[in-house]
Design a protein around this ligand. Structure first.
Ligand SMILES: [Zn+2]
Length: 76
């Protein structure tokens, strides 16, 4: 199921869906729902809120990233 990013929650993501977080430094993190669960993110957390929760591994910045979702399937 494809949900608009601004209302999407972690629990809306299926196993093939990915969250891409692109930091302002250019570093890109791609996370699977399983990665998020392992990081302690609750299912009802908004995907957009990951921006402020996750820290860039490259420059250590937080909250300066652009979050997007790569859905494995688009709506038919
Ligand atoms: Zn960065």
């Amino acid at each position: 199921m494809v949900v608009p990013l601004y209302i999407a929650r972690v629990e809306d993501l299926g196993s093939g869906d990915l969250v891409q977080i692109k930091c302002s430094c250019g570093h890109v993190m791609v996370l699977t729902p399983r990665n998020l669960a392992r990081a302690g993110v609750q299912g009802n957390a908004k995907v957009l809120d990951l921006q402020s929760r996750l820290r860039c591994r490259e420059c250590d910045a937080r909250g300066r990233a652009v979050v997007s979702i790569r859905w494995s399937k688009s709506v038919a």
